[in-house]
Write a protein that binds this ligand. Structure first.
Ligand code: G3I
Length: 378
């Protein structure tokens, strides 16, 4: 057999394997491709889950999650406000349920998040006493990371510590503990959770000065001899306006530091942005106006196509750098439960994910699947 025939046979065989892996049964929906299967050799595929999903209140949702994703991030329930409600009191019930769900469905858990200025327990909000902040900081990381070591695959150790200009946010932790608090957070996490991957996570860190700030932060942690395994680029972008060049540069620059790159909270808004809004600063809200909510009765085909195209470009890029990317996680499963229906304007109808409100795969889903198939043939 000559070389080109052998190559053709191999390509056909590989395509056949990919095609087989595409057919996954989901109750009531016939068979659709599986994201986790088609990207199996490339990167993990995840979704953020709320407690209704974790508690499996809807079997169709559970079946969809189990068939599509091999990793999950709890959308809220491992944040400090939920886990650490009293000064000396932890409540692990929901976090344990998250781990239980993942075990039942053979999924990895990304713990989200150990140190964040937002969604803090009430007793910490406005805390001025530096000694108390240090006690909270040390105890929280040590207790939580220690309890879940070996049970969660990874932690977002520090979340959203940077300003848009790349300087450190003047958070409660920075003000009380100084600029070195991030290194200290990773040092404590490394000690408490030696078997867990440790990440820094933020929005807009693909962009200019903020990216430079993130690169400097990773270098600082490494220079202190402390372990950091990855950087999470959240990925709250808008359809038709995904900053592909910045994303490509940031993959290259973060990977050059020897850490994995993760896309951790991916969603693409299709709605108009008030004040040219971008990112995910939860305090940045705008008032409702009808013109900011144009698709209450459904998404027009033309916008659906823009969304699909943006997702295709993004996953085309992810596939180009699949050796550097550890995970791609969507911030939600279906459009109906996306936080973007309430942010930055409350009460809107957004369509940022791959599954619609009836859990049906959208055109964007098939475009994303297509990027894996194309890469498989090349
Ligand atoms: O728990 C309370 C509940 O007791 C109360 O009855 C209810 C009434 O509104 O609110 C509940 O809290 C809500 C919480 O989610 C849990 O459901 C908050 O109002 C709501 O603001 C909060 O929103 C979350 C937001 O983080 C808070 O900062 C979103 O669901 C969640 O998607 C979002 O996730 C963040 C990431 O953690 C970090 N990156 C940005 C991303 C989007 O903002």
């Amino acid at each position: 057999m000559n070389k080109s025939i052998v190559t053709a046979v191999l390509v056909l065989f590989c395509c056949g394997l990919r095609a087989q892996s595409l057919n996954v049964e989901r109750p009531g929906s016939g068979s659709i491709p599986s994201l986790k299967e088609v990207f199996r050799d490339d990167f993990l595929i995840g979704a953020a889950l709320n407690m209704s999903e974790v508690e499996e209140r809807d079997p169709a949702v559970s079946a969809l999650i189990a068939s599509q994703f091999n990793t999950l991030t709890p959308e809220n329930n491992m944040k400090a406000a939920f886990l650490h409600p009293g000064w000396d009191r932890y409540d692990f019930v929901q976090a344990d349920e998250v781990v239980g769900f993942a075990m039942r469905h053979h999924m990895k858990v990304n713990g989200h998040c150990l140190i964040w200025h937002s969604q803090l327990p009430a007793y910490m909000r406005g805390m001025q006493d530096a000694d108390s902040v240090r006690r909270y900081f040390t105890d929280h990381i040590t207790t939580v990371a220690g309890r879940y070591d070996g049970k969660v695959y990874s932690w977002d150790v520090v979340n959203e510590a940077l300003n848009e200009d790349g300087t450190l946010r003047k958070s409660i932790f920075q003000r009380s503990l100084g600029d070195n608090y991030i290194v200290e957070a990773f040092r404590l996490a490394q000690k408490a959770a030696p078997h867990t991957q440790l990440y820094y996570n933020d929005y807009n860190i693909e962009r200019g000065s903020k990216r430079e700030g993130a690169v400097a932060l990773v270098k600082k942690i490494q220079a202190a001899g402390v372990r950091i395994d990855g950087v999470g680029i959240q990925g709250h972008w808008s359809a038709g306006r995904v900053p592909l060049e910045d994303i490509e540069k940031s993959i290259q620059e973060f990977a050059a530091l020897g850490v994995k790159v993760m896309f951790t909270e991916l969603d693409l808004s299709v709605l108009p942005s008030p004040r040219g809004h971008g990112g995910a600063d939860v305090s940045d809200r705008a008032a409702y106006e009808d013109q900011l909510n144009p698709y209450v009765n459904g998404l027009p085909d033309s916008v659906q196509a823009v969304l699909a195209q943006s997702y295709a470009q993004l996953f085309g890029l992810f596939m180009k750098y699949r050796d550097k990317i550890g995970r791609v996680t969507f911030w939600g499963v279906d459009d109906g439960q996306s936080w973007l229906n309430g942010f930055p304007v409350r009460g809107r109808t957004n369509y940022p994910l791959l599954f619609d409100r009836q859990l049906r795969p959208k055109p964007a889903f098939y475009k994303v699947i297509g990027t894996a198939e194309r890469a498989g043939v090349m």
